[in-house]
Write a new protein. Structure first.
Length: 277
């Protein structure tokens, strides 16, 4: 038994005849009678008694209809949920690196979610990219332009990069670098020009940041994790000539979704605000 079956019971009760119910539901009169017989067999109940050409509900029918009316009321309330919430409604999964999530998005997430009570954001954070083509996320923030795929790609902005080294140190500072598979990024292009042997290799930006902050190492950091280091007089900061582009990937079926659009605008604003701070 489904929702349409329950609507037939209510229509026969309200109209009193199969003909009236069929006109109301815009289905054939014989279909009304056939489906009502099937419902009665399924429930093991007699729902209507015929008297003077009118179908009168039995006590069992009234009990069933009480549940039907409660279900209809709940359905109506569910339909009004979206109307009661300001702004778009939806749940989105956003994939990014831990560093972007912590330094760029999380400080600004609370205000955004308060302003959009109909939205729920799930942050998927990892040093490795999610398999976006397998729908493991709805949006993804990347610091490298991805290969083309069955998704939309948009450039958000660029990110400044800084090379830090201790002002004073005994001998050459310990150089931190990124793994060989990231050799094409601007950070590694700059470090190769230093012609120094990397003593610490990691894809964990926070790890490198901690060593630099302790004045024990040299390395390149994106602006969103090093704002406080720029004022450290024991560190020498050099702005790299090249920057990293920030890209957002969107599943194709969500490109015109209101919740998606407002969330992308927020992510873009997060990076712009970060750059000004």
């Amino acid at each position: 038994m489904n929702w349409d079956d329950l609507r037939i019971i209510a229509a026969v009760r309200d109209e009193g005849t199969y003909a009236g119910a069929s006109a109301r539901l815009r289905i054939d009169e014989t279909t009304v009678g056939r489906r009502l017989s099937r419902i009665e067999r399924a429930l093991g109940l007699r729902l209507f008694e015929a008297a003077d050409g009118v179908r009168r509900p039995t006590r069992s029918c009234e009990a069933v209809l009480a549940h039907v009316e409660a279900m209809a009321a709940h359905a109506a309330e569910i339909g009004r949920v979206g109307e009661s919430l300001a702004g778009p409604v939806g749940r989105l999964r956003i994939a990014s690196t831990n560093t972007v999530a912590e330094a760029v998005l999380s400080p600004r997430a609370s205000d955004f979610l308060r302003a959009n009570p109909g939205l729920t954001l799930q942050f998927l954070t990892s040093s490795e990219n999610v398999k976006f083509s397998r729908w493991e996320a709805d949006l993804a923030i990347r610091l490298r332009k991805p290969d083309k795929g069955d998704f939309a790609i948009s450039r958000l902005r660029d990110v400044k990069l800084y090379y830090f080294e201790p002002v004073t140190t005994e001998g050459e500072p310990m150089l931190c670098a990124y793994p060989d598979e990231l050799g094409a990024i601007p950070e590694m292009q700059f470090l190769r020009m230093k012609q120094a042997r990397a003593r610490c290799v990691t894809d964990n930006v926070r790890f490198i940041r901690n060593l630099i902050r302790a004045h024990q190492a040299a390395g390149v950091l994106p602006e969103h994790v090093c704002t406080d280091l720029l004022g450290d007089r024991r560190l020498r900061a050099t702005l790299l000539p090249k920057r990293r582009d920030v890209w957002v990937l969107v599943q194709n079926h969500l490109k015109r979704d209101a919740a998606t659009r407002v969330t992308i605008d927020w992510v873009r604003a997060c990076f712009q605000e970060m750059s000004r701070s």
